[in-house]
Design a protein around this ligand. Structure first.
Ligand SMILES: CC(C)(COP(=O)(O)OP(=O)(O)OC[C@H]1O[C@@H](n2cnc3c(N)ncnc32)[C@H](O)[C@@H]1OP(=O)(O)O)[C@@H](O)C(=O)NCCC(=O)NCCS
Length: 191
């Protein structure tokens, strides 16, 4: 990007954003990203209402998406991937995308939000680190990346005994990433 317009608006992602989002993903993540373990939770489509972009006059500066998951059979969400254009990082766009999308999530029926993310980045949004004593996953992710946030619909007292299984909500084929890699090829980490 040669010039950067920092007057951007955060809006819901639309179909036409696909190539710009792919550009941001390419800048934010290694090519092996789609083979990462976390994508085993991303079946079917991203949740339209919660997936937002930071739009500066048609140029996307950032993107956040969510997928529906089940946590101990409760309707829940997986935050990410989140990516901000490298030319405008450190200016609050990532935080704004997380805050606004989580505020939307709080108005829905979702109970918990799960993230496999940078250990330091998500604590400021109220996420709590969890371990494999608390949850189980379809594929291994480094334990220091695992965080959970109870949303307003959560009823922690009504949850079953831990560990809580986390799995995709949809059984549809993934629309946004190939996840048909052999388990042995999976690389863990990233969000
Ligand atoms: C992580 C990312 C989305 C942050 O976006 P951003 O717009 O630069 O972030 P913001 O400006 O809103 O937030 C800056 C704050 O986050 C912190 N931060 C930024 N990247 C971080 C990281 N990878 N780990 C921990 N903290 C990070 C900064 O230190 C800063 O903290 P401060 O406000 O206390 O000073 C961006 O760096 C990015 O796209 N990275 C590549 C993809 C990625 O790693 N996505 C997240 C995976 S979980």
């Amino acid at each position: 990007m040669s010039t950067v317009d920092l007057s951007y608006q955060i809006r819901q992602q639309i179909l036409q954003d696909k190539s710009e989002i792919e550009r941001l993903m390419g800048l934010g993540f290694a090519p092996s990203h789609a083979g990462r373990a976390i994508w085993r939770l991303r079946y079917g489509d991203a949740i339209e209402d919660l997936s937002l972009v930071a739009d500066a006059n048609g140029q996307l500066l950032g993107s956040i998406r969510y997928w529906p998951i089940l946590i101990a059979e409760r309707p829940s969400i997986l935050l990410g991937p989140l990516a901000v254009d490298p030319s405008v990082r450190g200016k609050g766009i990532g935080v704004a995308l997380v805050q606004q999308s989580l505020a939307l999530a709080q108005t829905g029926q979702w109970e918990w939000c799960f993230i496999s993310g940078e250990p330091e980045y998500y604590l400021k949004f109220g996420f709590n680190p969890v371990s494999y004593d608390d949850i189980t996953l379809p594929a291994h992710i480094e334990p220091e990346r695992l965080h959970l946030l109870p949303l307003v619909s959560a009823r922690p007292d009504a949850m079953p005994e831990k560990p809580w299984p986390i799995m995709p909500m949809s059984t549809d084929a993934p629309t946004d990433a190939p996840i048909d890699v052999e388990p042995a090829q999976q690389i863990t980490g990233e969000c």
